[in-house]
Design a protein around this ligand. Structure first.
Ligand SMILES: [Zn+2]
Length: 195
């Protein structure tokens, strides 16, 4: 006996989430069918319809309703912090210790997983770097985060801007997203020039 097509379609959509394997997708799909009422399903549909209106900022990759995000619109772009993920932006904004703009890579270089520099949002960074005084690399202290930081440093070697790396008080493999505000603030203060 196989699942109905409707359920298979839902399993397929849920499997698109990063980190959700087929078993989890199956569980979520069945849960939706058996536990959710129509109103809850409508709310989910409406939330998905609404996010279709959102865009990525054409400069930094932040999520925005307009072409350019509020941060890029209101702050000087002399200091650009390079981060892996949109979630990192929210973590850093929460600690209120940074007043520059961001650049979101949407990942890190991971040759083993087939993720090369071409798969990341890097080109807009290299053009923005020409106007900047400092590029702060805040990728996570993982092997991939380090490889990515080295790659960016190398690509910026002929630009006049400084390239700094934040000083993690985090163990290797720690994640910026889970660091508390004090740790992030210290990491930012202790950044060092790597160029
Ligand atoms: Zn932006």
């Amino acid at each position: 006996m196989k699942y109905l097509d409707e359920i298979n379609a839902l399993i397929e959509s849920l499997s698109k989430y990063q980190g959700v394997g087929p078993k989890t997708a199956e569980r979520l799909a069945i849960n939706t069918v058996t536990k959710w009422n129509n109103e809850e399903i409508d709310n989910f549909i409406n939330a998905l319809v609404d996010i279709k209106k959102l865009k990525r900022c054409k400069y930094c990759g932040n999520i925005t309703k307009d072409d350019v995000c509020e941060i890029c619109n209101s702050r000087s772009n002399k200091k650009i912090m390079v981060i892996e993920d949109v979630k990192d932006l929210f973590a850093i904004e929460k600690c209120e210790a940074y007043d520059g703009v961001y650049h979101i890579l949407d990942g890190v270089i991971n040759y083993q997983a087939g993720i090369t520099p071409l798969d990341l949002n890097l080109e807009p960074l290299f053009s923005r770097a020409k106007e900047a005084d400092e590029i702060i690399i805040a990728t996570n202290p993982s092997i991939e985060g380090e490889i990515t930081a080295q790659y960016i440093k190398e690509m910026l070697k002929d630009e006049k801007c400084n390239v700094t790396r934040i000083a993690y008080g985090l163990p290797v493999g720690g994640n910026l997203e889970y660091a508390d505000s004090k740790t992030l603030e210290k990491a930012l203060e202790g950044r060092r020039n790597i160029k």
